[in-house]
Design a protein around this ligand. Structure first.
Ligand SMILES: Nc1ncnc2c1ncn2[C@@H]1O[C@H](COP(=O)(O)OP(=O)(O)OP(=O)(O)O)[C@@H](O)[C@H]1O
Length: 251
């Protein structure tokens, strides 16, 4: 069963910066959520309160009804996949060893078969397992990052700008693949992205953040039809304008 999440009055303060200014949010099991908003609006901080890279100043984050600060971080993270921009593959370890790293930290050994299966999930050839990360393209490395995140059989997938550095074609293909895996593996997925078009296409619920607050919480359909307020609509205007320009070119 996919994980549920709840944020209750979550704040995070760094000296004078209020990175999170009071977040109340429920995430249903199986949802695919996109977090969008300007740089510095608190998206990454919010994501990191889930896997405890950041602990809230006040408030609570509940994973499947349990406060994440009361759980063993290693065991809890094992049940979560985390994909971030820059990937963070270990350069001196093979692709297979990188994928097996998370389970290994908690004393589990992945079989070659399982590594093959994980590579196939992200459309990579099994023989990639013996290569070093530097012998892969950026898009292939990012796919390895996704395979690694899925290695512990997570019920929650956290992604922080996972496709940011990729070319548009690879980005689109990998986005579609992740959407498909989300459904197939019964995941709850939260994806931080700068790209409203990507959020509208992949997610079923889009949260817009501004200065540590969630200022819009809408479906892509609602955002496309003009709902969500000024900050959300300013972001929707970009893909809308691009689509309009394309239409004009076709005419
Ligand atoms: N470790 C830290 N120490 C001090 N301030 C921090 C720290 N981490 C984040 N902040 C501040 O908290 C605010 C929110 O940062 P956060 O990284 O969550 O934003 P973001 O929306 O993910 O931005 P971006 O889209 O640029 O990645 C920013 O003002 C940032 O400078």
């Amino acid at each position: 069963m996919a994980s549920s999440l709840a944020f209750e009055g979550v704040t995070k303060r760094y000296d004078t910066t209020e990175a999170l200014a009071g977040i109340d949010l429920n995430v249903e099991p199986g949802s695919f959520i996109a977090l969008v908003g300007a740089s510095g609006s608190g998206k990454s901080t919010l994501l990191k309160t889930i896997n405890r890279l950041v602990d809230p100043t006040t408030g609570r984050v509940l994973l499947d009804g349990e406060d994440v600060t009361t759980r063993d971080p290693t065991e809890m993270r094992r049940r979560m996949g985390y994909v971030f921009q820059g990937i963070g593959l270990f350069p001196h370890l093979t692709v297979g060893e990188n994928i097996a790293m998370g389970p290994r930290l908690v004393g589990e050994k992945l079989t070659g078969e399982r590594i093959t299966e994980l590579l196939e999930l992200v459309d990579l050839q099994p023989d990639m397992a013996s290569r070093l990360p530097a012998e892969l393209s950026g898009g292939q490395q990012q796919r390895v990052g996704v395979a690694r995140a899925l290695a512990g059989d997570p019920k929650l997938l956290l992604m922080d700008e996972p496709f940011g550095a990729l070319d548009p074609v690879t980005r689109d293909a990998l986005g579609t693949r992740v959407r498909d895996l989300h459904a197939r593996l019964d995941l709850t997925t939260i994806m931080v992205t700068h790209d409203m078009a990507e959020a509208l296409i992949l997610a079923e619920r889009v949260l817009v953040m501004d200065r540590g607050r969630i200022v819009a919480d809408e479906t892509p359909q609602a955002l496309a039809s003009g709902k969500g307020g000024d900050i959300a609509q300013a972001l929707v205007e970009i893909p809308r304008h691009q689509a309009q320009r394309m239409k004009e070119l076709e005419a």
